[in-house]
Design a protein around this ligand. Sequence first.
Ligand SMILES: NC(=O)c1ccc[n+]([C@@H]2O[C@H](COP(=O)([O-])OP(=O)(O)OC[C@H]3O[C@@H](n4cnc5c(N)ncnc54)[C@H](OP(=O)(O)O)[C@@H]3O)[C@@H](O)[C@H]2O)c1
Length: 172
Amino acid sequence: MIKIIAAIGKNRELGKNNDLIWHLPGDLKFFKEQTLGSVVAMGKNTFNSLPKKLPDRKHIVLADDDIFNKDVEDVIVMHDKLEFIKLCNLEAEKADIFIIGGASIYNMFIGLADELYLTEIEAEAPADVYFPEFDKNNWKKEVLSSHEYDGIKYSHVKYYDRTDYGSYFDLG
Ligand SMILES: NC(=O)c1ccc[n+]([C@@H]2O[C@H](COP(=O)([O-])OP(=O)(O)OC[C@H]3O[C@@H](n4cnc5c(N)ncnc54)[C@H](OP(=O)(O)O)[C@@H]3O)[C@@H](O)[C@H]2O)c1
């Protein structure tokens, strides 16, 4: 399965200055629980924004060039968007693959994903990257849990059983 995982604000805010906007420890724990042991696919900015490679997960990174700020040993680096999507689809046939961002990669996969794991944060903030718009009417929705940290309310929400596969696949 192809699963998208993201934390988004009320206006689908994702990040600013190549960093997350909200730092919620409970969300990092959720991210780890969901993705551990799986393949994670991301764009170069997201890879570079990680403090380190994520332990016990196979990384696939899409990048134009090879300028990384951390060691890329064991990381599969793809330079071609269609080859990257093809490889992610192949991996998804074997086991779950998580699309972990950022905005450019979510845009590629929003029309293809089987499930979305969104941390919906009840706050808004200036951002320079946003999660793509998607029609919630085409998905079943389950609120997995709700929390509050430092006055910020958020819920982990799973979207599944979509009815609009491939309807807005961006071939770029
Ligand atoms: N809230 C969340 O859950 C969440 C999750 C992940 C990330 N984020 C945030 O999202 C932001 C990063 O997102 P982003 O969209 O700027 O970056 P990104 O998607 O992580 O990476 C973009 C990079 O991927 C490469 N790329 C993208 N399309 C390509 C293509 N067609 N061919 C070749 N390479 C391609 C390019 O690398 P080159 O530079 O080599 O050209 C491009 O600069 C950060 O603020 C991060 O904190 C938030």
